[in-house]
Design a protein around this ligand. Structure first.
Ligand SMILES: [Zn+2]
Length: 318
């Protein structure tokens, strides 16, 4: 099933700094006329532009999702269905699964932790990816140079400096989180992480512990897609091997329900994974595939509340 896409969520969000934000360029120091640490830049829309790299955003969302999971579950499965490994640990239970289970993707997925199932590991491909975030309006971008002293992150001593660094203080960046073959609980976890960034409970980028990196992170639109479903009298119906007809209103459907059969068990997907919504599924062009669009804040809140309900049930059952 790993080569198939049974569902896909496209979460469009905008990120704007609340106070100084710095995401370091990887090639810092290459140009002696530039600040020691400056904002990452790339060519976009015909000009040179600052941007927030998708890999950094994904890393931050992953790290905070890990925190959320660890406060509930442990760091090994031990019979729990919600847990997170430590990806930096060489002996993490999520490492070496490819050796144990050979090319059995279902077994590798099932035995990976809640976080690796979403964001990937050395042994399984990620189901979620985050695109680079580009300014919605380059004229709104404000950059400032600051003086600072880098604090060695481990020993707390002064490692280098003083040096100059550049921060962003204003602007808005648009990005997308794309999750394929999701469970509704996985969407909930991502939504909870986004909420915590938006409420500035956690920061993004460099020197978070010194108060940098507070942002607003607002979801503007969510599209839920089912590439192999059709809409029949307003009801979703999946086609193919395990064709299923869903009831009216049963429209947010996890991967386990969609693949059905033995695959649901071999991947360890929850048995029942459907969230109701008033948003009607629309048939895609050419008559195959269905899409739901959530583009008001009320609709998006209702979507996340439904998914968080599933997450809460799983956590309570852990
Ligand atoms: Zn893991």
């Amino acid at each position: 099933m790993h080569k198939r896409i049974v569902n896909q969520a496209i979460i469009k969000l905008v990120i704007s700094p609340v106070g100084p934000l710095l995401i370091k360029a990887s090639d810092q120091g290459a140009d002696p006329t530039k600040p020691d640490m400056e904002f990452v830049e790339t060519y976009h829309a015909g000009g040179r532009s600052v941007y927030l790299p998708g890999s950094s955003l994904k890393g931050a969302i992953r790290a905070h999702s890990e925190r959320i999971v660890r406060t509930i579950g442990g760091d090994s499965s031990g019979g729990q269905n919600v847990w997170s490994c430590d990806p930096l640990n060489q002996h993490s239970p999520c490492r070496g699964l490819r050796d144990i289970h050979e090319e059995d993707t279902a077994a590798i997925y099932k035995n990976s932790c809640t976080i690796c199932q979403i964001f990937g590991s050395t042994d399984i491909a990620a189901h979620a990816r985050v695109t680079d975030a580009y300014p919605t309006d380059t004229t709104e971008i404000q950059r400032e140079e600051r003086n600072g002293v880098a604090i060695d992150r481990i020993y707390g001593s002064v490692a280098v400096g003083p040096f100059n660094f550049e921060v962003l203080t204003a602007g808005e960046f648009a990005t997308k989180i794309i999750v394929k073959n999701f469970t509704t609980a996985q969407l909930a976890l991502i939504a909870l992480a986004i909420r915590d960034f938006d409420k500035q409970r956690v920061g993004l980028g460099f020197a978070k512990s010194r108060g940098l990196g507070h942002v607003n992170m607002k979801v503007k639109r969510v599209e839920i897609r089912y590439p192999t479903a059709i809409v029949n009298n307003g009801k979703l119906q999946t086609l193919g091997h395990h064709s299923k007809q869903f009831n009216s209103g049963e429209v947010i459907i996890g991967a386990g329900e969609l693949i059905g059969g033995d695959d649901q068990q071999t991947y360890g997907f929850p048995e029942s994974d459907v969230v109701d919504s008033v948003i009607p599924p629309e048939i895609d062009e050419f008559g195959l595939g269905a899409t739901l669009v959530f583009d008001t804040s009320d609709n998006i809140t209702a979507l996340w509340s439904g998914c968080v309900g599933t997450w809460r049930q799983i956590v309570q059952g852990a």
